[in-house]
Design a protein around this ligand. Sequence first.
Ligand code: F6P
Length: 321
Amino acid sequence: MKVGVLTSGGDSPGMNACIRAIVRVGISRGQHIFGIHGGLQGLLDRHISTLEARSVANIVHRGGTILTTGRSEEFRTTEGQKKAARILREEMFDALIALGGNGTMQALHKLQQYWDGLIIGLPGTIDNDVYGTDYSIGFDTAVNNAIDAVDKIRDTAQSFDRIFLIEVMGRHSGQIALHVGIACGADVIAIPETKTDLDLIAEKIIAGKKRGKSFAFIVVAEGDEEGDAHTIAQKLSTKIGEKCRVSVLGYIQRGGNPTHHDRILATRLGAYAIECLLKGVSGVMLGMINGELTATPLEETFTKKKPIDQWLFSLVDELSI
Ligand code: F6P
């Protein structure tokens, strides 16, 4: 089989470990693996090269993606999707493996309409918002990156008795904010999946101060319905009568060496993608649920909303008394 592999959308730590597993397990099982550089736009521009076992040497520990990535406007159009299918046919690909988030899974679903090769999606996004897997590749590293930063901010917040809002990534999802908030002992977690009530938050912080809490910090997902951390800080400062400081962690969350968890998840999913292709599996995203490798129809991965852990979220009030 001639198998193409690409990474699309936001890069995530562990993508390289996954590419390595695809290439090496693929070659060892007699397949020909080709890298498509620059995501879906790279496919439309025919940026394709052979990947040998040595092409993926020394990358298992590196963040980012050696294939580079992107967000393609052209692929969003029907013309773009038909063109991608034509190129895959002309280049005589038998299969395509794509790593990415919701947008990538939607793109693969569209591509299925115009190309009859085997298609497999793998969840690679720090946001962990793809339905069909407990964790996506890169989430664990991003959470650990954010934890490292929040622990440092806590030191200065405590020294000055300040109120801090720390914004983490998650355009449509509070998964990073929830995990970071619980792991760092936040007083409040503001996420798009639950209603953020600023009056209640202000009351909680004022009551905490009265009980002797010297400082407070709030972890905000960038996609919260009340706005970003700067917007929320402004509103809260007025309500509390004290200036709230803001730290936006930004892209630092997306980089760095993947954690053990992400490297193993990435390796499992990459190897499993090859095994599935050899069995003729297509039109699915592979994931891991309760420790088991799984395959979910592509359409479900973006039409179904991945729920947040409501019980974990509900604990924040008790944990911060
Ligand atoms: O990778 C997902 C994500 O991290 C979102 O949480 C964030 O909003 C977005 O990427 C920003 O990425 P870019 O600026 O590269 O589009």
